[in-house]
Design a protein around this ligand. Sequence first.
Ligand SMILES: C[S@@+](CC[C@H](N)C(=O)[O-])C[C@H]1O[C@@H](n2cnc3c(N)ncnc32)[C@H](O)[C@@H]1O
Length: 194
Amino acid sequence: MRHFVYFSSTAATSGKALSDGNLMKAGRIDIAIHSLIQGVFLSHGFRKDVTFHFIFYGMPDPPKHIEITVKDELDISKKDVGNLIKKILYKYKPGEKTEVFPGCFIEKKSLLNMVEELLGKGIGCFILDKDGESIRSAKIPEDCCFILGDHDGLPKKEMKRFKKSITPVSVGPKMYFASQTVAVVNNELDYRGI
Ligand SMILES: C[S@@+](CC[C@H](N)C(=O)[O-])C[C@H]1O[C@@H](n2cnc3c(N)ncnc32)[C@H](O)[C@@H]1O
């Protein structure tokens, strides 16, 4: 199984905050949407071997963890991902991990706890970092996770902590959009047959 963890320090953390329809104003949810599309959509289908995690630290109720794995029963459209995220946020219940739609969950969880949970399950984690080791030479297990940031990048404090135990990997010498890095990682893993 492939995992992506997308972190945003500004993405809105309530359904109401996403309700005025201006995604750019909702802490750049547009970047989160583009990244999810590159993570789980294919031209004529879906990547059902990908779980996409959003960790949102924006107002009014951070942190929020939204988990999306596309299932046959999930009604999801590339044109309506913002609405899906909004509906999931609306269904948040304090103190529990709620399955809002098939394969779509919401709970309160920090980036640190999210990554520790994945490491605890034996999933090989990598930080997406322009200055990291080239993904082309990285040893990547079948159960793997790639952690990336939005336009503001990843939080410095957590990065210091992760860099001791998690390998940073680069997908190329330029600073790419978050969504572009997700597409490159998926492509690399497709070539490897992982
Ligand atoms: C638009 S970039 C963030 C730019 C931000 N100003 C910074 O300095 O981190 C969004 C995310 O994409 C990932 N990224 C961008 N270029 C990359 C590259 N060449 N290799 C690996 N990851 C990259 C990083 O995880 C980054 O946090």
